[in-house]
Ligand binder design. Structure first.
Ligand SMILES: Nc1ncnc2c1ncn2[C@@H]1O[C@H](COP(=O)(O)OP(=O)(O)OP(=O)(O)O)[C@@H](O)[C@H]1O
Length: 375
């Protein structure tokens, strides 16, 4: 059990690369926080600084209120699970899990207690006498987690622990980590480049890019109110659609104009824009594929599109459309809602109309890439 606080933490590597800029974050006791972002954004570096495997160039790291910048990894009471689980090949699973406890000269009966307890939680009891080579990837990863678990650390760090597993196993292990988290009363910091993993595991998500934090929030917050184009595009799959549009300030309130189609904003949006003093301007309109309504006929408020690709996903269709000014739009459409005739009409080159209610529209300033409403 521990809180973790990073204040103005910076990492400058020897070659003068600033991998992490002024990282500020407070992680509460027992919170599960996920660092997510594309390759090279600095998430592993941040985790490794918390673990003590990298020096902190500037700023302070506190664990439970104590500054630990200069403490050795072993003195930080932290456990870490890596992507490559690095088990000792010549040792049994039991001995692998027991290894760090034996180094600490813990009595064998207590080691037995901890190892068998961890094995039971992880469902690997029957493999305790095997060597790692006789295990599947998922089983090996469980052993690696077991090895970290028995140390009863205050903070549990995980760096892409599932990325070596195939898709099915990854989904299964993801669910197991959620269960594990419920059983262990520990603070978790988890690194991944996979937004689905971040969304499903995290109490809060820290979205990073180029060494900077772009947004911190609960999965729902970052999904509902992304503060900029990067977060909007990064969270959600298929990714949010972006359309060139104009914001017009009229007497009755703000209106979004896409190719002459006028879509009014709601009261709440109007109030925020008004309060921020936003005038008429060009915008990038963001709408998620699942929030885009499809009309089979033209109607008021409908934007004409042409079908490029129709991907059948089973329970839903992903339609790739082009607007008249050639913005690309993806629409997710549940197949149960469609008649046979409608389904058959969704082919290459045919026209389709889309529209969206105010509440699903995200407005971004093309110059700053920031949300006009949520930033
Ligand atoms: N030992 C090092 N020396 C110099 N530069 C480094 C070192 N380790 C990482 N970097 C650089 O720091 C930046 C952040 O790297 P980091 O590994 O933290 O990113 P990441 O988000 O974890 O990426 P990935 O998902 O690819 O692991 C990158 O530009 C990387 O090239």
């Amino acid at each position: 059990m521990a809180s973790v606080k990073l204040t103005d933490v910076k990492k400058i590597y020897d070659n003068k690369v600033t991998a992490v800029h002024d990282f500020n974050l407070e992680i509460a006791d027992k919170e599960f926080v996920v660092f997510v972002g594309p390759s090279g954004c600095g998430k592993s570096t941040t985790l490794r600084m918390i673990a003590g495997l990298e020096d902190i160039s500037e700023g302070t790291l506190e664990i439970d209120g104590e500054v630990v910048n200069d403490l050795q990894p072993k003195d930080r009471n932290i456990a870490m699970v890596f992507q490559n689980y690095a088990l000792y090949p010549h040792m049994t699973v039991y001995d692998n899990i027991a290894f760090s406890l034996r180094l600490k000269k813990m009595p064998e009966d207590e080691i037995y207690e901890r190892v068998t307890n961890a094995a039971q939680i992880l469902g690997i009891t029957e493999y305790l006498t095997r060597k790692p080579r006789a295990l599947s990837g998922g089983q090996r990863q469980r052993v690696a987690i077991g090895r970290a678990m028995v140390r009863n650390a205050k903070v549990f760090l995980m760096d892409e622990p599932l990325s070596n597993l195939d898709a099915k196993l990854r989904n299964q292990m993801r669910a197991e980590i959620i269960l594990l988290r419920q059983k262990l009363d520990t603070t978790f910091i988890y690194v991944t480049h996979d937004q689905t993993e971040a969304m499903t595991l995290g109490d809060r998500i820290v979205i990073m890019k180029d060494g900077f934090i772009e947004q911190v929030g609960t999965p729902q917050e970052v999904f509902d109110t992304p503060v900029n184009l990067f977060v909007a595009g990064f969270i959600g799959s298929p990714q949010m659609n972006f359309l060139k549009a104009n914001l017009e300030k009229a007497a009755g309130g703000y209106v979004v104009d896409i190719l002459g189609v006028k879509l009014p904003l709601n009261e709440e949006q109007n109030a925020v824009l008004e309060q921020k003093g936003v005038g008429s301007q060009e915008i990038i309109l963001g709408v998620r594929p699942e929030h885009t309504a499809v009309l089979f006929d033209n109607a008021e408020g409908a934007i004409e599109c042409t079908i490029d690709v129709n991907e059948m996903m089973g329970s839903e269709l992903h339609l790739h459309l082009s607007s008249q000014n050639n913005d690309k739009i993806i629409v997710r459409l549940p197949t149960v809602d469609l008649t046979k005739e409608q389904r058959e009409s969704l082919t290459f080159g045919n026209k389709l109309y889309i529209t969206f209610p105010a509440k699903v529209m995200h407005l971004f300033d093309p110059a700053t890439e920031k949300s006009l409403i949520d930033a």
